[in-house]
Write a protein that binds this ligand. Structure first.
Ligand SMILES: NC(=O)c1ccc[n+]([C@@H]2O[C@H](COP(=O)([O-])OP(=O)(O)OC[C@H]3O[C@@H](n4cnc5c(N)ncnc54)[C@H](OP(=O)(O)O)[C@@H]3O)[C@@H](O)[C@H]2O)c1
Length: 226
């Protein structure tokens, strides 16, 4: 069995996925800082995925790209540079990784890719112009590559609402903030990294071998219902 390649397994959703998968399979992690633990099944490369050379990996069955951004500002405060930075980390980083590994991935077992969008693409939200534009790019990339790579490689996308990770730490400073943001959702709560990781794990598994080109909301209902 080939490895699962996680870009961003040191923190947040990628870290929860790493912990979920590493007991049962080889995991290769790429992030600038190391995950907080070592494991015989885990290989870590300390790299910036946007600029550093990517390592050779012998066999790969799955790729999950976790780097993202939450840069929330009114349009008047957003600079073009903000849009470029958000596009680079969310879209171009994923493109760089996929271009580097897709030929090898194609030879893997039930090979698949999971990328991350946000609920702010399906539901317009104030101050999300830059990140929503970049994540809409991710969704377009997912559907295009799902078509291009079928039937060899499945490509799916997860679109969370606010999730309790280091990326969202500024928005979730205390329990009151968490409760207030949770109450904006039909299901009256925010998400956890572990439950998003469970969905990613399912999409990578043989149980999802007939699923590709989909955007999976995990958002307390916010994307689709009032
Ligand atoms: N959390 C939310 O509320 C939320 C909501 C909607 C969508 N999402 C999306 O879900 C995905 C995962 O989010 P998260 O909250 O788990 O993010 P996170 O807590 O910021 O974790 C991101 C991971 O990516 C790694 N990373 C970031 N930039 C990197 C780079 N240039 N090179 C290598 N590794 C890099 C980070 O590790 P190092 O810092 O060690 O490099 C970290 O392990 C993102 O795409 C995000 O946009 C999250």
């Amino acid at each position: 069995m080939g490895a699962l390649l996680i870009i961003g397994g040191s923190k947040g959703i990628g870290n929860a996925l790493l912990k979920l998968e590493v007991e049962n399979r080889k995991v290769v992690n790429i992030s600038r800082t190391a995950p907080e633990f070592e494991h015989p099944n885990l290989t870590h490369y300390g790299l910036d995925v946007l600029i550093d050379d990517l390592p050779n990996i012998e066999e790969i069955d799955g790729i999950v790209y976790c780097p993202g951004s939450i840069n929330l500002k009114p349009l008047g405060s957003l600079k073009l540079e903000d849009f470029k930075t958000d596009f680079e980390v969310n879209v171009l980083g994923a493109v760089r990784v996929i271009q580097n590994y897709f030929r090898k991935l194609k030879k893997g077992h039930n090979p698949s890719i999971v990328l991350f969008s946000t609920v702010a693409v399906s539901r317009g939200m104030a101050f999300h112009a830059s990140v929503a534009a970049a994540k809409a790019g991710v969704e377009g990339l997912v559907k295009s590559l799902a078509a291009e790579f079928a039937p060899a490689i499945r490509v799916n996308c997860i679109a969370p609402s606010i999730t309790d990770t280091p990326l969202a730490a500024n928005l979730l400073k205390n329990e009151e903030r968490k409760e207030a943001l949770g109450n904006n959702h039909p299901l009256k709560r925010i998400g956890s990294a572990e439950e998003v990781a469970q969905l990613a794990s399912f999409l990578l598994s043989d149980n999802a071998s007939n699923i590709t080109g989909q955007i999976w909301g995990i958002d307390g209902g916010m994307g689709n219902i009032k």
